[in-house]
Design a binder for this molecule. Structure first.
Ligand code: PHE
Length: 454
């Protein structure tokens, strides 16, 4: 046991942990999902609701997972069972989420590399072409090749370990990413007409506020903070006992939210100027891979800004995917007592096996769908709309009602730290979060069956 503890990696200190966790949190969710959700749900009002939910719900769940990780010192697969024997199944459920996410996240990561390479090598004009995106993802070998490159890079960092891989990379990439984000936002705001786009992004449109706004914002907080997929449990298990957890949680929340809002500042006004209001509403992959390249093409200096933008997206996606792979690899190591490289190989085999049909689903295998969804959309739906809310709900029951909120709050204050939101934490974990999660599950199911429109 003593040995096992020693062979676990650990972050060297608070900053390493915060930047690694922020690296996980800041990803595609901040850079494309947040901007288009904000545009769709009434700008400022969505941002406001998002911030409130991040500071309450997000704070409570993030603290919970990190505290469970550090207190049990175990990977997600085993940690929940260590909190209470009867909840071992929760470890399995939570570990399933990264296994489902990693393949499609790496497929998208591959698309990002393709765009980064195109822009950096001066192919900005081609990337703006109408058929470029569909032509690329519908092809057979090129997207698989880029998938393999992205997955290979992820695996290389994981092989280097928690300290020399994840922490080192995050400490370098995250500050660079923040700088790029600030730089591009400032540049975009100087473009003539950007102020109208800025108003459109920031001014609250109260008529668009509804229960679905709250659900969409809550779903986004989840995804964005990498909650309910075991990642923060794994990272929590690598933090030292003397690291101030509540301070770290605050810093992670702030980093993640600031990048999301900044991403909106650079994306929404730019798209508004060059593609109008309708352009800001084209959702999902379309916004990043189709609308934005067209915007960069028309923008003065757009070839350079586009290149910097896709480098930044690549950094964000890489630090996120390493966290997903680490959650899986740490579980395999703990459960089967194998070496890190063996666990990485097992993880690679599963990911490649799942990734190939996902990628081909946009081309030669496009006839194959599940519940009317292509495989990528299906896996995204299964993880984000079904499994993650269920994992979070059961976690709230475990902590709020079975072992009691003190399980988490004592861990957060073990070095005598002040936990200013302790009462808030208790109320959220026992009542508010479970109610919101049930609400989300119901809303998503109603939307899935076409009973309501989200
Ligand atoms: N939190 C990441 C983001 O905002 C997304 C993510 C999802 C990261 C799943 C890891 C795992 O994009």
């Amino acid at each position: 046991m003593g040995n096992e503890k020693k062979s676990r990696g650990s972050f060297t200190g608070g900053i390493g942990f915060v930047l690694a966790a922020a690296g996980s949190a800041v990803g595609l969710g901040n850079l494309w999902r947040f901007p288009y959700l904000a545009a769709q749900y009434g700008g400022g009002i969505f941002i406001l609701v998002y911030i409130i939910i991040a500071l309450t719900f997000g704070f409570a769940l993030l603290s919970t997972e990190i505290a469970i990780g550090r207190k049990t010192g175990k990977s997600p697969l085993l940690a929940y069972g260590a909190v209470d024997k009867r909840f071992g199944f929760l470890g399995i459920l939570a570990s399933l989420v990264p296994v489902i996410i990693l393949p499609y996240y790496c497929i998208i990561g591959g698309w990002v590399i393709k765009y980064m390479v195109s822009f950096v090598s001066g192919g900005a004009g081609a990337a703006a072409g109408e058929a470029y995106f569909g032509g690329f993802i519908g092809d057979t070998w090129p997207p698989l090749l880029f998938f393999a490159i992205f997955l290979g890079l992820t695996a290389a960092v994981i092989l280097l370990g928690v300290n020399k891989g994840i922490e080192k990379l995050s400490k370098f990439l995250m500050p660079v990413l923040l700088l790029m984000c600030v730089g591009i936002s400032i540049y975009v705001l100087t473009i003539p007409g950007a102020m109208d786009g800025l108003k459109y992004y920031l001014l609250p449109d109260f008529s668009k506020f509804s229960l679905t706004t709250v659900c969409a914002a809550t779903g986004q907080v989840f995804f964005s903070m990498s909650i309910a997929m075991g990642i923060m449990v794994a990272y929590g298990s690598y933090t030292k006992p003397d690291t101030n957890l509540s301070k770290s949680v605050n810093q992670i929340e702030i980093f993640d939210t600031v990048v999301a809002i900044l991403a909106g500042l650079m994306v929404v006004p730019a798209v508004y100027v060059f593609s109008g209001e309708a352009g800001t509403k084209s959702s999902g992959a379309g916004l990043m891979f189709q609308t934005l390249p067209k915007v960069f093409e028309q923008m003065p200096g757009g070839a350079i800004i586009g290149a910097v933008f896709f480098i930044m997206v690549f950094f964000a996606a890489l630090t996120s995917s390493i966290s997903v792979m680490e959650a899986i690899v740490s579980s395999i190591i703990d459960k089967f007592h194998v070496k890190r490289w063996v666990a990485v190989l097992i993880c690679l085999a599963i990911t490649v096996a799942m990734g190939i049909p996902i990628s081909l689903g946009f081309g030669v295998w496009s006839n194959f769908t599940i519940l009317g969804m292509d495989l990528l959309t299906f896996f995204d739906y299964l993880s984000n709309s079904v499994l993650m809310p269920i994992v979070a709900l059961i976690t709230c029951i475990l902590i709020g009602w079975v072992v009691g909120p003190e399980y988490v709050t004592t861990e957060m204050t073990r070095n005598g730290e002040r936990l200013s939101r302790k009462t808030l934490y208790n109320v959220i974990i026992k009542f508010i979060a479970p109610i919101m999660l049930v609400l989300i599950l119901v809303t998503y199911s109603l939307a899935q069956f076409g009973i309501i429109v989200m």
